[in-house]
Every structure is written in C-alpha cells, then in structure tokens.
Design a protein around this ligand. Sequence first.
Ligand SMILES: Nc1nc2c(c(=O)[nH]1)N[C@H]1C(S)=C(S)[C@@H](COP(=O)(O)O)O[C@H]1N2
Ligand SMILES: [Mo]
Length: 406
Amino acid sequence: MERRLFIKKTVLSSFTALIGTEIVFGSNIEKGYTPIALQNVDPFKLFNKNKEMIVLNDKPWNIESQAHLLDDDVTPNSSMFIRNNGRTPEKMNPKDWVLTIDGESAKRKKTYTLNDLKTKFKKHSYQLTLECGGNGRSEFDPPAKGNQWTIGAVHCASWTGVRLKDILEDVGINNDAVYIGYHSFDTHLSGDPSKEPISRGCPISKALQDETLLAFEMNGKEIPLIHGYPVRLVAGGWPASVSGKWINRISIRDKVHDGTKMMGTAYRVPKNPVAPGEKVKDENMCIIESMPVKSLITYPKSGATIKKERKLNIRGHAWAGELEVSKMEYSIDFGATWKTCTLKKPINRLAWQRFSASIIFPKNGYYEVWAKASDRNGVSQPMLLPGWNPKGYLNNACHRIAVKVI
Ligand SMILES: Nc1nc2c(c(=O)[nH]1)N[C@H]1C(S)=C(S)[C@@H](COP(=O)(O)O)O[C@H]1N2
Ligand SMILES: [Mo]
C-alpha cells in the first residue's frame, strides 16, 4: 500500500484552532493539504491587522501600512507592515526552541533555551525603528522589481529581550570576528529544505550595540507569529531585513556573512550615483547599512478638508537610521519656503521622533503639506526622489499630503 504522509498532530491542532471547531476525520488529511476553509484566509483577521492595511502579495505575505495608521508613538501590531521572503513557520512550543551560536569566530559553539535567555541575562527594552530597505520602491522610474511599497513599510514598536552582545560575549568572540549572520525557521517558497528564504546579518560593531536585541516580546506581549515568534533579532535604524524573524542560529563570521540575500544586488545600492536604468556590476554595489533620514505626516490623512477655520495641527514621526533627527520643517508652497516644526528627542537611540506644527493657511483652496527632516549631520530628505538604483531601495523623498481649505 502506498505510504501516505499524514499531517502532524500539531498542524492539525493549529488548523482546528483557526477553523474554530473540530475537524472530523482530520487525521486523514495528507501532508501539504490545506483545508478549503483556510485556503482563502482573511489576512486582517489572521494577523490582527487594521482593515486599511494594503496586501501587496500573499505568497509570501507582504502587507503595508498607511501613513495615517502610523500615528501612535509606539506602533501597535495592528498597523505594523509584514514582509516575508518565505513561508511563515508553524507556531512552535517555546519549550522546544533552541538558539545555537556558532561560526568561525565563535570561541565555542553554544546553545540556549528560551528559559536560558529569560533567566540568565538582563532584560532590556527599546523602541526601535525598522524600515524595509525597499520602502518607497513604487516611485522609482524605470521601475524596480519587488514589492511595490509606497510609504508604509516602517514601524517603531517596543522590543524586549536580551542584548545580543551579552550572548555573544557569553559564547566568546575571537578577534577576527567581522560579521554576524542569522538563520531562521521560515522555509523557502520552492519547498526545497536546503534553501533559506533569507539569511542576513550585520557587522560585529552593530551586533555589539546596546540596542541590538534578541527580542522575545513586542509591545509588552509575546511576539506575534508573523513578526518572528518566539525570538527575533532586532537591529534598529538598519534595513529591517537585518532583523531576522524566527531565528534559531547566529553565526559569528570571520568574513562578511554570505547567506541568502547578502550577495549580488539584494539590499545593495551602487557605490556611486548612476543614471536611471543603468546596469551596475555587482562589484560596484555596496551593502546598505544605516537607513537615510526620513519622515511621515501621520495626521491628518492625505485628502483632509478643513472647514471654517484656516488652522491645522499636523503631526508625524521622523527618523534617521543611526543618527538623530535634528531639524524638522514643513512647506505649504511646494517647497519654495519652509517653516520649522516642533521636534521631540527620541525615547531612546534608534527610535523615531515625534514632530508637530500648527499651520495657518493664507486663503481657501488646495494645498499640499510637505515634510522634510534633516539629520544631525545636516543631511536632508530630497523633495522628490533620491538617486535611482537598480533594486529601488532607500527612497526617502519628502512625504506629502493634500489638504483642502474650504
Ligand atoms: N526569517 C526572516 N526574517 C526576516 C524576513 C524574512 O522573510 N524571514 N524578512 C526581513 C525583511 S526584508 C523585513 S523588511 C523585516 C520585516 O519585518 P516585519 O514583517 O516584522 O515587519 O523582517 C526581516 N526579517
Ligand atoms: Mo525588507
């Protein structure tokens, strides 16, 4: 008789939980088959997302937020974008989770359980800005392949966990350490178990920063499955692809990590500016590190109409990768003149900063409010588009909203 591969009990119980009732004859379901009731899932319900989030792709899941949904100081799960490169792993029993630290530059190989992390190391919390390197890709021309993110691939949640540096120091790092690389539980879309969907990392100096965490909580609760349960690496201010979800191994490397999406054109930009559409050789591309200065007007929503009075209070957030934002300005005359906004200090390094301004419009009519942040080094956002690059990364153009005063 042909051997049928029946699904695991854990999968069956998660199906049952999602459907909300017992699956009679569920034990007959073959491996790889998804019950019809789960084939057309409602991603908003499945991931507890705001209905105004925008689904860009479902295989893998890529869902973006909108500026007005990002108004909170600390981004709630309901407004956080989702970026998957592969298939979400099954929710595992946290008791089974083990983290391995290894690599050429590790003094020894060591493993940690979740309980080890929680009991043997000091807990830290930071609010961290994570922005996808491809946020804003949709505006580049000629267009770049990949998810056509507009402005919603950024969030600033609060992450709690242990410092990666405490773990790496507990293992022991050799002097020749250059980089760390993460490995995770998600699986390749092709189903090929030898392929990883993504395995990126960062220089050892970034790995050793106080704010770089192995997080097991997001906004004070266990991390939602889609955002990396049970443990996620978080490295604020860098392309969010560095912040590996569902991690199970970190390698301390004696060279730049060479995992999936570290090589070629992935998360790389030309070393020198190129003309739009120009081909760039791999050796002339460099890995994106700190993200550029950027901001979002989160109130009001673009298209707002103001009646009777010609006054409007706007607000939003500004961030600048590793740097602090030192100036925030707005313009209501298409960039001809700029006025200063009130700008708060970040709650901690690598967290976005609140800005606000009270605008008085000179007469009734159509306006655009443009917002421009400048970092501590005096570098500002470009008004329209920054330099074109083959994969459409790092679009930090000024955010603009439409306002009608009637
Ligand atoms: N294991 C794993 N980690 C990952 C990814 C992934 O596909 N698999 N995507 C990366 C990318 S490209 C981004 S932008 C962020 C998105 O994080 P979020 O889905 O929690 O918003 O996770 C990063 N970490
Ligand atoms: Mo990303």
